[in-house]
Design a protein around this ligand. Structure first.
Ligand code: GDP
Length: 143
């Protein structure tokens, strides 16, 4: 299996609950390498752009309210099969449906405020990483 990158976002509820360190610890303990991270408060247009595919969904404006409610932490992660491995680590979108031992099961309050984002395909991962980490924003050497 090839080494791959994925984009995580520690969402505003994660930062607010002071779980930034704990969630990063669990991610690293699961074998992911942290390649880049950048805490930031998203503007509405940046949050809308990130979730553009959901624009017509009923939860869209609530999602943008939530994602702009405080700082979040986009993180570039690397591991074999990173996209699928990270989705497994975080669990289902709705914590009530997430497997035991997953990050969302352990920390998320509900389907909207669910602690962490993870790219859902290799193609989306590439685009999402580029959305937050442009040219020169990922340190070249992680060895
Ligand atoms: P993900 O890939 O597991 O994050 O899920 P989706 O891509 O389907 O949705 C993106 C994000 O929108 C989720 O992580 C939630 O924060 C939010 N979301 C998705 N579905 C719902 C919903 O039915 N209600 C609410 N309130 N938020 C939702």
């Amino acid at each position: 299996m090839a080494i791959e990158r994925t984009l995580a976002i520690l969402k505003p509820d994660c930062v607010r609950k002071r779980l930034t360190g704990e969630v990063l610890r669990r991610i690293e303990a699961a074998g992911f390498k942290v390649c880049a991270l950048h805490m930031q408060k998203l503007s509405r247009s940046r949050a809308e752009g990130f979730y553009e595919v959901h624009r017509e969904r009923p939860f869209f404006s609530g999602l943008v309210d939530f994602m702009t409610s405080g700082p979040c932490v986009p993180v570039v992660l690397e591991k074999e099969n990173a996209v699928n491995a990270f989705r497994t680590l975080i669990g289902a979108t709705d914590p009530a449906e997430a497997d035991e031992g997953t990050i969302r099961k352990d920390y998320a309050d509900n389907k909207g405020e669910n602690i962490v984002h993870g790219s859902d395909s290799a193609e989306n991962a590439k685009n999402e990483i580029a959305y937050f980490f442009g040219e020169g924003r990922i340190p070249a050497d992680h060895s």
